[in-house]
Design a protein around this ligand. Structure first.
Ligand SMILES: [Zn+2]
Length: 257
């Protein structure tokens, strides 16, 4: 049985100018913070880990005041990945594989909850997370990453077929960050499912070809990444966006089979 659960780690409030430049200037959107759990014959696989548990009680203290002001974030303890796994009947130590789209604060904050898992991230992203270059330093929280230095981490160089059977494919999609990647899954009934991560933030951004970020970290690489997403979606893959706008109540986990 292979099922995919799409979860959200609370609601991140993003300015329209960042989400889809030119769309409803001055407005802001509550968006999901995508985390995805795949029940796979080779073991539970998690794609992105949401924000750190510390954000629940002290967002400005953990993210810094400018990040907390620019991206107001509503997150409760039950939104954190360990609590969401428990709600699905799993413990964090049941997770065997964790793929990270990139190491930004709303994707890699839960890494430290999985000391027994094998992690996969792009080699470029690992260096980039430590030396992102100005003005991108606030996008990464060093305190999220330091506890994971002894973890089992496989540095990927571009695309990868994770289990060698085409069921879980990593697609290198740089642009939002230097070492960003997306995931392409094959489910028994749904068929191909694309998890873009932050290569493109939401369905509206995709429809308008809006870049994920202002300023965009690597604009010279992003057009090629968007073309990759477009090719998979046109070939029939179902995209599940990591920052799709949601209502104030947020969104319950959704299951795809
Ligand atoms: Zn990001």
């Amino acid at each position: 049985m292979t099922r995919l659960f799409a979860m959200s780690c609370g609601q991140l409030n993003i300015p329209a100018a960042y989400l889809t430049p030119g769309f409803q200037p001055g407005q802001r959107f509550d968006t999901r913070v995508g985390m995805f759990l795949l029940e796979h014959p080779r073991g539970l696989l998690l794609f992105d880990t949401g924000a750190a548990p510390e954000c629940v009680d002290d967002l400005a203290g953990w993210w810094g005041s400018s990040m907390a002001e620019n991206f107001p974030y509503r997150v409760r303890s039950e939104d954190i990945i360990d609590a969401q796994l428990r709600a699905l009947g799993y413990r964090p130590r049941d997770v065997r594989h964790v793929v990270l789209s990139h190491l930004h604060l709303d994707h890699a904050g839960g890494m430290k909850l999985f000391p027994q898992a094998r992690f996969y991230a792009q080699a470029h992203e690992l260096a980039h997370a430590i030396w992102p270059g100005p003005p991108f330093q606030n996008d990464y929280i060093l305190a999220d990453l330091l506890p994971t230095r002894s973890y089992d981490l496989k540095a990927l160089e571009g695309d990868a077929d994770l289990f060698g059977d085409g069921s879980v494919r990593v697609l290198a999609t740089p642009g939002h960050t230097r070492g960003h990647c997306s995931l392409l899954l094959r489910l028994p009934q749904t068929g191909a499912v694309l998890l873009p991560g932050d290569a493109c933030l939401c369905s509206q951004a995709f429809a308008w070809s809006s870049p994920p970020g202002a300023p965009l970290r690597c604009p010279e690489l992003w057009q090629g990444s968007l073309a990759r997403l477009r090719a998979e979606i046109e070939a029939g893959a179902l995209p599940l966006w990591s920052h799709e706008p949601v209502g104030p109540a947020g969104t319950a986990p959704q299951c795809y089979e």
